[in-house]
Design a protein around this ligand. Structure first.
Ligand SMILES: Cc1cn([C@H]2C[C@H](O)[C@@H](COP(=O)(O)OP(=O)(O)O)O2)c(=O)[nH]c1=O
Length: 234
């Protein structure tokens, strides 16, 4: 069990590859640090990129082709868990990827394993705010291609995007339009964090643009409707 009771806040940034999670999580952690908060940034990586590169060296397309979906998902889940456990003492955690990233990937690749994955990752606290960086898969694909260190087809990104949206946790996402200038996206993320965690910003609550948000409901078959929030376009 991760001793997270003393944690003041967990902020998770999620979304498909190339959405800008690392860029924005780093910026958010830097900003909170400059405001004097005891923040830790953590990349909750699954090791998929490393495993994928190793697979390609061995002539396989990716880690799933090398290990099979079950073994690949098990390895990713344990690595993701280990990365989050390593940050367990963070008073405020900015998590670049979180449990739901593994749920989405599992649902896309091998849905029968989702209960196992959920059990393994269940010790982690629910995030106080989950920022889903929304981006058209075609745009994300171009970014990933330019990055040149991993490989995702548009179809894979479309499937992953759909998996994220199908999760029961989707009702708790704050949807951030990530297909804009990074500074604009960062500004919205800061405003959302202020709004979601007013305790961190005494005297600053009025700066929040929370009331301007549009609300929507996400319907998921067999799962009670929960509220998802989408930040306004600027
Ligand atoms: C945020 C952002 C990133 N990028 C680039 C930087 C990276 O090479 C790549 C992916 O960004 P990155 O932050 O690494 O995304 P993720 O962690 O979600 O995979 O896209 C842009 O071209 N424009 C942007 O607005």
């Amino acid at each position: 069990m991760v001793p997270h009771e003393s944690r003041r806040a967990t902020i998770a940034l999620i979304g498909i590859d190339g959405a800008g999670k690392t860029t924005q999580a780093t910026r958010l952690a830097e900003w909170l640090t400059t405001l004097g908060h005891p923040v830790r940034y953590r990349l909750a990586a699954s090791g998929r990129r490393v495993l994928g590169n190793a697979a390609r060296h061995l002539g396989r397309r990716d880690s799933v082709a090398l290990l099979g979906p079950r073994m690949a998902l098990r390895a990713e889940t344990w690595l993701r868990h280990a990365n989050l456990v390593a940050a367990r003492n963070a008073p405020i955690l900015v998590a670049d990827r979180y449990d739901v990233c593994q749920y989405a990937r599992t649902r896309m690749l091998y849905p029968a394993m989702e209960p196992w994955v959920r059990r393994r990752l269940s010790p982690h606290p629910d995030p106080d705010v989950t920022l889903f960086l929304e981006i058209p898969p075609e745009v994300a694909h171009l970014r990933v291609k330019e990055r040149g260190i991993d490989h995702e087809t548009v179809d894979e990104l479309i499937a992953l995007d759909a998996a994220y949206r199908s999760l029961p946790e989707a009702g708790e996402y704050v949807f951030v339009d990530a297909n804009r200038e990074p500074d604009t996206v960062s500004g919205d993320i800061r405003a959302e964090v202020r709004s979601a965690l007013p305790g961190l910003f005494p005297g600053r609550a009025l700066l929040s643009h929370g009331p301007l948000r549009r609300h929507r409901r996400v319907g998921i078959s067999g799962i009670p409707h929960r509220r998802g929030r989408r930040l306004p376009r600027r």
